[in-house]
Design a binder for this molecule. Structure first.
Ligand code: UD1
Ligand code: CA
Length: 461
């Protein structure tokens, strides 16, 4: 097989996004849109992958640091798609094999389609193969003009005649070119068009004039070639990606009450018989077991939930692990490195950070538990706070098995409450509590009799 060189165009201004960030870093279903092009291209194991950058190139290159296979070339100024591809001449001119050219703003393309395009080029031995699709509303796309069945040129929306605008077959902006004739033809492009740009699409009529063969591959699923030029198209592409994910999960036995308002990232795993209510976001590397119930308005990021976990409404769970049968919420915030063992119950308005809670322990109401190691069968009363920060450093609180922490307690870390110990309500615990003892720290209560009557008399005067 000949060498394959992938080129991804991403230098344009993306004016229609009206954004201060590079267009191709805007997210489609939780991932930058250019990621999709990079991952699809990767499936063909190309020899090189080059991204043409220009507008906001520093930000863009930074956003792509996690792809070691990429090289970058700069297009400055940005004079059109043909001019953009020409910038790879230093890297690719004189080589044999093929260039697969994609745009960073066409995220729904699959590796399968790219492979079909490449196959067509190899089997037909032509100089170029263009990916096309037939769409009902072709506005904005270049139209495929055919003569006796063969593609003769591509005409852009702004340069098209009324008759050409009626053509429904559009240019997907994805091509395979044989390397030998490419750069010479690119140098011959002119700018005699409505935008005064070097259009890559004019290469097709150039090839025709030079008697070089051009083929097309017609895509059945026209969604794949959707280009993202506006925020509205961005939302639509996200919707398509998410719908596909939701369909897959439902087919695998997950109940999604309202797929239209359920946002599940591609890498998320969900077990059978789990029920997901409306307005739920499952993000990043999240894994959810079987027979769980995730109520409305919950956001779960990079977390693992074992089987039979219930998450009540409006919880945020980030970087945490929840064991089997755990119940949390409503309104619970689990911050990174929180670990809840089997059957733990965390109730409303409780925040946890970097804390481990042992099997069967409970924190039902209004607490902050940070840097805490809590044993099994512990009861944390309402309003318990671990004071883990002294203004300079974080310190640990240890609460051993079976301990009972009365309501409104402050545990000033570092501190340990021993096995089976009791802490009376309203205590400020600054010293460790030995196992089996009771700690009280509030002063003795004083009742002032007749106080309210005297107050009433006073206020009448
Ligand atoms: C382009 C095609 C059009 C096709 C459509 C498919 C041309 C002239 N038109 O139109 O036929 O139907 O894609 O989505 O090619 N870019 C650069 N440098 C530039 C200009 C653009 O790198 O100087 C990059 C952009 O960042 C973008 C891609 O090329 O990733 C496409 O450019 P864009 O302006 O979006 O072209 P379209 O008008 O969508
Ligand atoms: Ca575009």
């Amino acid at each position: 097989m000949s060498d394959l060189h992938v080129v991804i165009l991403a230098a344009g201004k993306g004016t229609r996004m009206k954004s201060g960030r590079p267009k191709v870093l805007h997210q489609v279903a939780g991932r930058p849109m250019i990621d999709y092009a990079i991952v699809a291209a990767r499936s063909l194991s190309p020899t090189t992958t080059t991204v043409v950058v220009g507008h906001m190139k520093e930000l863009l290159q930074k956003g792509l640091e996690r792809y070691p296979e990429l090289s970058f070339v700069t297009q400055e100024p940005q004079l059109g798609t043909g001019h953009a591809l020409l910038q790879t001449a230093d890297l690719l001119e004189g080589k044999n094999g093929f260039v697969l050219m994609l745009s960073g703003d066409v995220p729904l393309l699959t590796g399968h389609t790219l492979a079909a395009l490449l196959r067509k080029q190899e089997e037909s031995g032509v100089a170029a193969t263009v990916l096309t699709s037939s769409i009902d509303q072709p506005y904005g796309y270049g139209r495929i003009v055919r003569l006796r069945g063969k593609v003769s040129r591509i005409v852009e929306e702004r340069d098209a005649s009324p008759a050409q605008r009626k053509i429904k077959e559009v240019n997907g902006g994805v091509y395979v070119f044989s390397l030998p004739p490419l750069f010479d033809a690119l140098r011959g492009l002119a700018t005699a068009n409505a935008q005064g740009e070097y259009y890559l699409t004019d290469l097709i009529s150039t090839y025709r004039r030079r008697k070089l063969g051009v083929e097309t591959v017609l895509l059945e699923d026209s969604n794949e070639i959707r280009g993202i030029n506006s925020r509205s198209e961005l939302a639509e592409a996200s919707r398509i990606v998410r719908q596909k994910k939701n369909e897959e999960l439902m087919a695998a036995g997950v109940t999604i009450e309202d797929p239209a308002t359920t946002y599940i990232d591609e890498a998320v795993i969900v077990g059978a018989d789990t029920v997901i209510h409306p307005g739920v976001h499952l993000e990043g590397k999240t894994e959810i077991g079987q027979a769980c119930e995730i109520h409305a308005g919950v956001r779960i990021i990079n977390s693992t939930l074992d089987d039979r976990v219930t998450v009540q409404n409006f919880c945020v769970i980030n970087g945490s692990r929840l064991g089997p049968g755990v119940t949390v919420g409503p309104f619970v915030h689990l911050r990174p490195e929180s670990e809840l063992h089997e059957s733990v119950r965390i109730g409303n308005f409780v925040e946890l950070k970097k804390s481990v809670v042992g099997k069967g322990s409970k924190a039902g109401h209004l607490s902050y538990l940070g840097d805490a190691v809590i044993g099994e069968g512990v009861n944390i009363g309402a309003g318990t706070i671990t004071c883990n920060y002294d203004g300079e450093q974080k310190h640990q609180t240890v609460i051993e098995d079976g301990a009972f922490i009365g309501s409104d307690t402050q545990l000033v870390a570092p501190v340990t409450v021993g096995k089976g110990a009791y802490v009376g309500s309203g205590a400020t615990i600054r010293e460790s509590v030995p196992a089996g003892s009771l700690a009280v720290s509030a002063g003795k209560q004083r009742n002032i009799e007749g106080w309210t009557d005297r107050k009433k008399v006073k206020s009448k005067k």
